[in-house]
Write a protein that binds this ligand. Structure first.
Ligand code: ADP
Length: 358
């Protein structure tokens, strides 16, 4: 059974990535082919470790080898990933490949809980992830991550001194709460807030990151605009609750990212506290606020609904008690949501690259 790497590539070129609508060979996802008798191995390089298409693509490769080369090969596929640096990011935050802002039209919808859960699921999948708490009105990541007593120390950066992030649960975390007493930042206005926020982001030693998740202040004012334009955000996520009034605010946040001069791609909507279940009736979902508002917003805006998260009865009291970094009751809901998010981001990155090279 004498075959060459070229024949392997030819066989694999029938496997199409459904997101990029191109074959995996053209996309450069097949690397390091090794043939030893009837043993064949190669790397399948995905665009994110959280790729929801992993199993589908791996199966596609096995089928292609069996059908187009020989059923006798023992195939060893090493699935790895290489998150691409978004071209928006050139020139900002050196080692950071993607910045995802988590926004909400108003406070209390679960934006911080969602930010942490997204960051944690992505880190658990193998990505390098940072979480920045920029919510000047109520920084809650120190509590949620159990880092209230963290005091940032200085480290020498390339051309300036930087602050070290806290490291917890596989994440690098930094919060405005580490620097200012509660309540002080809220008094910042206008230029002072702009300067402080901009500096705050770029003065942290993030190192190499695949994703930096930013927990934005709630609302659609100056603070959000400043951060988004200073940072060249690769994509934004809108968190909302299902009530109709919350949707009006969520829509406003969505429009903010589409404002002239900002144009941040909105990668999706996450609906939090969408339904309630009781232990007496497992599996029965009670949509106490209705179940159509987020879908409607998604349809009207053309922004995908990444997923919904139920009301978890004891989450508030757990949060109140402290960290949910290791024992987060909403985390299981975020595997699919985060997968959808980074999938949309990878498609966005690919489109951008194609539009730059064409
Ligand atoms: P925001 O950042 O939008 O102000 P938080 O993440 O701080 O929102 O959440 C506000 C409150 O709601 C917190 O007490 C949090 O524990 C609670 N909460 C968030 N998501 C859920 C949920 N899915 N189920 C129950 N409580 C939740």
């Amino acid at each position: 059974m004498e075959i060459t790497p070229k024949e392997v590539l030819q066989a694999l070129s029938v496997v199409i990535d459904p997101d990029f609508k191109k074959d995996i060979v053209t996309l450069g996802m097949v690397r390091h082919i090794n043939i030893d008798g009837n043993k064949l191995s190669f790397d399948l390089v995905l665009t994110t470790p959280a790729c929801p298409l992993k199993d589908l693509l791996e199966k596609g490769c096995r089928d292609a080898i069996r059908e187009r080369l020989s059923p006798d090969f023992i195939v060893d596929i090493n699935v790895t990933s290489e998150v691409r640096k978004n071209i928006f990011m050139q020139g900002t935050l050196d080692g950071v490949k993607n910045v995802i802002a988590v926004a909400s039209g108003k406070g209390g919808v679960g934006k911080s809980t969602v930010s942490l859960s997204l960051a944690k699921v992505l880190a658990d999948s193998g990505a390098k992830v940072g979480l920045m708490d920029a919510d000047i009105y109520g920084p809650s990541q120190p509590t949620l991550t159990g880092t209230e007593s963290y005091k940032p120390t200085g480290v020498q950066g390339k051309d300036k001194n930087l602050m070290k992030a806290a490291e917890v649960g596989g994440l690098k975390v930094f919060s405005i709460g580490y620097l200012v007493e509660p309540g002080v930042a809220v008094a910042w206005r206008g230029p002072m807030m702009s300067t402080a926020l901009r500096q705050f982001v770029s003065d942290v030693a993030w190192g190499e990151l695949d994703y930096l998740i930013i927990d934005l202040p709630p609302g659609t004012g100056d603070a959000q605009l400043t951060l988004c334009s200073a940072l060249k955000i690769t994509g934004a996520v809108i968190v909302t609750t299902p009530q109709k009034v919350a949707m009006v605010d969520a829509d406003r946040a969505l429009q903010m990212f589409r404002m002239k001069g900002l144009t941040v791609p909105v990668l999706g909507i996450i609906e939090n506290m969408a339904w309630f279940e009781t232990p007496e009736l497992p599996g029965r979902k009670f949509y106490i606020f209705g179940d159509s508002a987020a879908k409607k917003l998604s349809e009207q805006s053309g922004v995908p609904l990444l997923g919904s998260v139920p009301i978890i009865e004891n989450l508030s009291s757990d949060t109140h008690k402290g960290s949910i970094i290791e024992n987060n009751p909403v985390l299981p809901y975020f595997k699919e949501i985060a997968g959808n998010l980074v999938r949309n981001l990878a498609i966005q990155t690919q489109h951008l690259q194609e539009s730059q090279t064409s």
